[in-house]
Write a protein that binds this ligand. Structure first.
Ligand SMILES: Nc1ncnc2c1ncn2[C@@H]1O[C@H](COP(=O)(O)OP(=O)(O)O)[C@@H](O)[C@H]1O
Ligand SMILES: [Mg+2]
Length: 277
């Protein structure tokens, strides 16, 4: 922060963009039919805030991955609508969807999916190279600085730790300046030191780069890095916690699992293909 006096304010001060980065409207996803029918999403309405870090939590089988896949255009909902950065995914052709995924969305999966024969630098710039785009060098430098991989860029994935590989995967997801980065259990395969590294990086990608991040996790520690934790149960949003802490997340998880138990004992047993946990 400089102590110099502010320049004269512009006549129309630039208002911050409060439009949501992604919206789910009445999202419903049913897998299978008849006896094998599974309602993975049962009417989800949620707005993801731009420039925020959102954690999606809930028991195994509650629909977290399905929600993320529908929001990211990796799966089509049975009903309802997913809107990303003002664009309705359901109305897009496969071709438009592919383009949206390449240019506006970033993904990080549990398996890092790095190319072993390419260096960290080559892995990171791959999406730009594939799209035959021009690398924004200033942005690349900024991402690298936030990721903290400066001296490891010329190493191949096999020469990097799990946390470093995961950070390469994030840098690769960020390089196209996506509207939003989606990550499913981003720290699931990492030791606790590497997990903290990745979470600190995700946090600073939000704070320093203005990135919007949505992370699926079952870990209260991971959720505590987020600005908001959404809780799913049986394909519905059952809770929405601002500024989650480890304690408040654990408390919420306990509350929702008690609600679920009470509901289950009140209602007749229903088929549930989700794995019990
Ligand atoms: N491709 C699929 N085919 C059939 N059922 C599925 C499929 N994907 C997910 N499901 C079911 O949908 C429900 C929600 O799954 P999922 O979104 O993976 O939950 P979570 O990520 O919270 O563990 C579960 O009951 C799961 O078994
Ligand atoms: Mg999942």
């Amino acid at each position: 922060m400089s102590a110099a006096p502010d320049p004269a304010p512009p006549t129309a001060p630039e208002s911050p963009d409060h439009t949501p980065i992604a919206i789910a409207r009445g999202l419903r996803k049913v897998y299978g039919s008849g006896d094998t029918e599974v309602v993975a999403l049962d009417g989800i309405d949620v707005e993801f805030v731009r420039g925020q870090f959102t954690a999606i939590m809930g028991p195994s089988g509650s629909g977290k991955s399905t929600l993320m896949h529908c929001m990211a255009g990796l799966d089509r909902p049975t009903a309802g609508e997913a809107v990303v950065d003002g664009q309705s995914i359901g109305r897009m052709s496969e071709r438009q969807l592919t383009r949206l995924r390449r240019t506006r969305l970033g993904f990080v999966f549990q398996a890092f999916n790095l190319i072993p024969t390419l260096t960290a630098r080559e892995n990171i710039t791959l999406p730009v190279d594939l799209a035959r785009g021009k690398l924004d060098k200033a942005w690349f430098d900024q991402v690298i600085e936030v990721v903290g991989l400066g001296d490891r860029l010329d190493h191949r994935p096999g020469e990097l730790s799990g946390g470093q590989q995961q950070r390469v995967a994030y840098a690769r997801a960020l390089i196209t300046k996506p509207s939003v980065v989606f990550a499913d259990e981003p720290t699931g395969n990492l030791d606790s030191v590497s997990a903290r590294e990745v979470l600190a990086f995700l946090r600073s990608s939000v704070d320093d780069l203005g990135q919007s991040v949505v992370v699926v996790t079952h870990d209260p520690g991971t959720a505590s890095y987020a600005d908001r934790a959404l809780f799913l149960a049986d394909g519905q949003v059952v809770g929405d916690l601002a500024a989650p802490t480890v304690d408040s997340v654990i408390e919420s998880l306990r509350e929702y699992s008690e609600q679920a138990r009470a509901k289950a004992s009140a209602a007749p047993a229903r088929h549930d293909a989700g794995d019990a946990r």
